[in-house]
Design a binder for this molecule. Structure first.
Ligand SMILES: [Fe+2]
Ligand SMILES: [Fe+2]
Length: 479
């Protein structure tokens, strides 16, 4: 028997069956306002599956929730057919579901309602209920389990080679508490302890993250974290569980949590599969080395979609969010209406339509601002050098901001401390905040969470957490 056991991890596939939409404003508007390419989710999924199928070593595929986009029955049925391609090829597929996978019943906080996207509007579609999900996906979870939590549907699977996966189904009300209740926690802790007695390595998987992508996230939206994240962190530390795989935020990230006694674990969260920065993780458990190694794999092209020669990343990026604005900039002079329409999909700015001349002039001026202006402004505070200024003259503030915003989802921020952009941005921020204080405005008090505004900003400039959001090697042996 090999010492290695490997598994692919995907998340937030947000699958939308082709039967659920026709071309028209409703589906296009939905896609443009999101960070994922809703309409192309089947083709993107298959392009990733092609890579998995080509890898003969990997035995398992794990998908951690938001399997489909809107809680409708047809998308689940078609998604299951897609999964069968993997199982027919001999892979074992394990899933957990999350809030996008079922519809709100009106007695919980889940806001997702299944719809057909018709040409001129939406129509209700047949829903899937939360309680149905574990049995709907029986062949992709419970059938491999030797223990199941009857309340949440969470399950425990011996993967082989002394590695155990405990896949947690988020229980709760669909929004402000997506996690476990006391009974679920009791089952989970007992499972971990049993596995420890057998000297198995325990790996956890759940949709909602246990550690926020950045501390400020907790301050803004603590409810987006796993319901009971503090309790789960304690259980993991006390029982030597080194890793949990999560999704939900659509952010690519690897974060370490360490308690006051130096016990630690990693939360490895993966970007949404159909996003511009969509990747899957390949995880290898190596018993001989005592490690769990993680790498990230994307797709270069999307099979079955005419991307007009664009890479998968560029095609998806151009469809929605910040990429849509970037793509729309040339329209400012030629088609102001389309420019406003596209920006409206990302954030609504009624001022743009009401005052086209002022808006156009302001946007154009902003686009011309070179980074050297920021560098000069924060020269002293940021330690910006003459060489930095020379370099920054050729870089637009807009482009640097786009790089930072893009990296929010892709991980690994673009400007580590040795870069001129880092010195310019931090210096500019320090001086700017000092000036604002003169007028009685304290940015540190405005930014949510315990950190200063500068500390918060640095998290977005570069990866100051584990050094890499795409790969890591974790020591799995208990100390
Ligand atoms: Fe999601
Ligand atoms: Fe989610």
């Amino acid at each position: 028997m090999s010492d290695r056991l490997s598994m692919y991890i995907l998340t937030d596939t947000h699958y939308l069956s082709k039967k659920m939409w026709v071309e028209g404003a409703p589906v296009n508007s939905r896609e443009m306002g999101d960070q994922i390419a809703i309409k192309s989710t089947p083709e993107i999924l298959r392009s990733f599956f092609k890579k998995i199928l080509a890898d003969k070593e990997a035995e398992y595929v794990l998908i951690t929730g938001d399997l489909i986009n809107n809680g409708d029955r047809i998308s689940h049925e078609d998604f299951i057919e897609e999964l069968k391609v993997l199982t027919d090829a001999g892979k074992k597929v394990l899933v957990t579901a999350a809030t996008h996978d079922y519809a709100g019943l009106g007695d919980d906080e889940n806001i997702f309602h299944p719809v057909y996207y018709r040409e001129n509007g939406c129509e209700p579609a047949e829903r899937v209920y939360k309680t149905e999900l574990p049995s709907l996906y029986y062949d992709f979870g419970h059938c491999y389990a030797d223990s199941i939590d009857s309340e949440s549907g969470s399950y425990s699977v011996p993967l082989g080679n002394g590695v155990r996966l405990i896949a947690i189904y988020d229980n709760g009300n669909g929004r402000s508490h997506c996690g476990l209740f006391d009974e679920g926690f009791n089952w989970l802790e007992a499972e971990i302890k049993k596995a420890n007695e057998r000297r198995e390595w325990v790996v956890l998987a759940v949709h909602h993250p246990v550690i926020p992508p950045w501390p400020v996230y907790k301050g803004i939206a603590e409810f987006e974290l796993f319901g009971g994240y503090e309790k789960l962190s304690k259980i993991m530390c006390e029982n030597g569980v080194r890793v949990i795989f999560t999704g939900h935020t659509h952010v690519q990230g690897i974060k370490k949590y360490e308690d006051s006694e130096g016990r630690y674990f990693y939360d490895i969260t993966t970007s949404a599969l159909p996003s511009a920065f969509g990747r899957m993780r390949k995880v290898v458990f190596d018993k001989k080395e005592g490690t769990c190694s993680v790498e990230s794999i994307g797709i270069e092209t999307i099979d079955g979609i005419d991307t007009k020669g664009m890479s998968a990343r560029d095609y998806i990026y151009s469809l929605n969010f910040i990429g849509l604005i970037e793509k729309s900039l040339p329209l400012m002079d030629t088609d102001w209406e389309s420019f406003c329409y596209n920006t409206d999909r990302v954030f609504s700015v009624p001022f743009l339509r009401k005052h086209p001349f002022i808006s156009k002039t302001a946007v154009k001026l902003f686009l011309k601002i070179p980074m050297s202006i920021v560098g000069r402004f924060g020269r002293k505070a940021g330690g910006v050098t003459k060489e930095d200024i020379k370099y920054l003259k050729n870089i637009r503030v807009f482009d640097s901001l786009v790089k930072i915003i893009s990296s929010v989802f892709g991980g690994n921020g673009p400007y580590p401390p040795h870069t001129p952009e880092y010195r310019a941005f931090t210096g500019g921020a320090i001086r700017g905040m000092k000036l604002l204080k003169v007028f009685g405005i304290d940015i540190d008090k405005i930014v949510p969470g315990d950190e200063t505004a500068l500390e918060t900003m640095k998290h977005f400039l570069y990866n100051d957490r584990t050094g890499d959001d795409n790969s890591i090697i974790i020591d799995m042996e208990r100390k």
